[in-house]
Design a protein around this ligand. Structure first.
Ligand SMILES: Cc1cc2nc3c(=O)[nH]c(=O)nc-3n(C[C@H](O)[C@H](O)[C@H](O)COP(=O)(O)OP(=O)(O)OC[C@H]3O[C@@H](n4cnc5c(N)ncnc54)[C@H](O)[C@@H]3O)c2cc1C
Ligand code: SF4
Length: 506
């Protein structure tokens, strides 16, 4: 196998984690190579076609993973920019208390080794970089902030303005959801009615390709190589330093050397890569003397809710503008003092998206439902469990053993949301929880911490076991909170990128 190249830094993965570190290293003296297994996502008519995206699964990976031995095709998307090419653009900060130990109905959510205050300035930077639109001071659980949103919130469309009033009439404090889209005067967003789970044909979504990778590669010191899959990380004989990655590009297999490696392949693939890179010095896999790699897998407990009014057609084109956090930490009205979760508007559900879950219903019923529904997303915290685990099968493929946690709280939250939504004047509320194949909010599999015996990474996401390996994607999360992960990942990745630039490379 040939080894012809040497870089100062190799970054594996071009999502939020890898892209943020690349952006922080842009313009430095370091030669940086970003390796991405997927191609650049084509801008084409099918980007906004629900039939192509949901029925033909045009962009979904073709891999087979296993859930406790049972084969399935995971909701993974391999492109430059990673999962943000498809994300719903909801960009929340975690709450201050999310960084502390928090008692839930289903157990304890552990404290992070850093506090909200450590990330606060980086949250502000991340919001600026991603162009997050929002309004401070209206989310009842919002943490303190030292910088304002640079753009006001995306305005509600008429039907949602009406729902906002109906939520307020219940004594609730609905607020505009912080969202990373380039809308408003002069903005590129066309309110295309297909955003959450669709790529943006006009580059108006604040995704990692547009906001991180493209600006980073404007600097001559950062190079992106797409279509290159990293197979293994290779250490020196001592096992202390990673010296190279083994990659596959088309039919070619080769090695690339570097002084420093940043693994940002996404929580599941990063864990799998570390396990796959086991060698005589590290028989359990790299960065894994604590035996936590692959463990503590979390992905939020989530349900989609369709609030249906038989006579009201929903013509909203950008629905993700409203959220409710009044019950994030509990429900005083029923003396329930354990966290419940977040209620947010979801991207508009269309008939093709209902074909699989409502395959028994005739098409006209699915169409009627989709045209009349206001679609919501109830999200609660999934707690880290040691036996909730990514592991490798004998043939090297991925096995997931997701041990759902805290489901009593989630069920309670879904029931509460149904009541709230019925009171907004929608008599029918249908709910469906997401299953194992939905890995959108995957996290926790290479957790950071203070203690090398029960964490894989230190507070700067450096592997305790290796001098020059950082793991920077949602795998570092020790808990999942109940808000969406991308902004918190971006904040920590910017922090780590700055640390590498100022304290490690200089
Ligand atoms: C449909 C959908 C909607 C979502 N909506 C939201 C939302 O509204 N708000 C929010 O906060 N979050 C949302 N998320 C989650 C959010 O997108 C992710 O948390 C975030 O993008 C994760 O970034 P990452 O860098 O950890 O991983 P990824 O985005 O997965 O990036 C990892 C990259 O590494 C590449 N890669 C993997 N393996 C290899 C390898 N072996 N060699 C080379 N490259 C490799 C992948 O192709 C990918 O580009 C959503 C996700 C999905 C799928
Ligand atoms: S709603 Fe706007 S940002 Fe979202 S995909 Fe459509 S055009 Fe792009």
């Amino acid at each position: 196998m040939t080894t012809t190249e040497h870089y100062d830094v190799v970054i594996i993965g071009s999502g939020v984690g890898g892209g943020s570190v690349a952006l922080q290293l842009a313009g430095s003296d370091a030669r940086v190579l970003v390796l991405e297994r997927g191609p650049t996502l084509p801008r084409e008519a099918q980007n906004w076609d629900p039939e192509a995206v949901f029925c033909d699964e045009r962009y979904r990976c073709s891999e087979t993973w296993y859930a406790d031995g049972k084969p399935f095709n995971p909701g993974m998307f391999y492109f430059v920019g990673g999962h943000t090419k498809f994300y719903g653009t909801a960009m929340f900060r975690f709450r201050e208390q999310d960084f502390d130990e928090l008692n839930h109905a289903g157990g304890v959510s552990p404290a992070w080794p850093i506090k909200y205050a450590d990330l606060e300035p980086w949250y502000g930077q991340a919001e600026k970089i991603f162009g997050v639109r929002g309004q401070a001071g209206v989310d009842p659980t919002e943490p303190f902030r030292s910088s304002e949103f640079t753009h006001g919130p995306v305005p509600h469309e008429p039907l949602l303005l009406d729902i906002e009033k109906r939520l307020q009439a219940q004594g609730l404090q609905p607020f505009p959801m912080p969202s990373a889209i380039d809308s408003g005067s002069g903005g590129r967003c066309q309110r295309c009615a297909n955003c959450d789970a669709f790529p943006c044909k006009v580059d108006a979504k604040g995704d990692a390709e547009i906001k991180l990778i493209q600006p980073a590669t404007q600097s001559t010191n950062v190079e992106l190589r797409s279509g290159v899959r990293v197979e293994r990380l290779i250490t020196d004989e001592s096992g202390q330093r990673v010296i190279a990655v083994e990659v596959v590009e088309g039919k070619n297999k080769y090695k690339i050397n570097a002084d420093l490696f940043v693994l940002s392949a996404g929580a599941i693939n990063s864990a799998a890569l570390l396990l796959r890179s086991a060698n005589t010095k590290h028989s359990r896999g790299l960065a894994n003397s604590s035996d936590v790699v692959g463990r503590y897998y979390m992905t939020h407990n989530t349900s989609a809710l369709m609030a249906v009014h038989p006579f009201k057609i929903n013509t909203t084109r950008f629905p993700k503008t409203l959220a409710v956090h009044d019950f994030y930490f509990g429900d005083e009205s029923s003396s329930y003092d354990k966290p419940l979760g977040s209620l947010q508007l979801l991207g508009k559900i269309r008939e093709p998206m209902l074909r699989q879950p409502l395959s028994y219903a005739p098409k006209f019923v699915r169409t009627a439902l989709a045209n009349r529904s206001v679609d919501w997303y109830a999200q609660s915290e999934d707690l880290p469990r040691k036996d909730s685990r990514i592991s490798l099968r004998d043939d090297g493929s991925i096995n997931m053993s997701w041990q759902r946690s805290n489901m009593a709280a989630h069920k309670r939250w879904v029931n509460k949301c149904k009541k709230i939504l019925r009171k907004t004047g929608y008599p029918i509320v249908l709910a469906k929880s997401f299953g194992t194949e939905v890995v959108s909010h995957q996290c926790g599999t290479v957790r950071f911490g203070d203690d090398p015996t029960n964490s894989a990474l230190d507070v700067h996401c450096k592997a305790w076991d290796h001098d020059n390996l950082y793991v920077v994607d949602t795998s570092f999360f020790p808990s999942s909170a109940a808000v969406n992960p991308a902004l918190t990942l971006a904040a920590q990745a910017l922090r780590v990128g700055r640390h590498i630039r100022e304290n490690v490379l200089s």
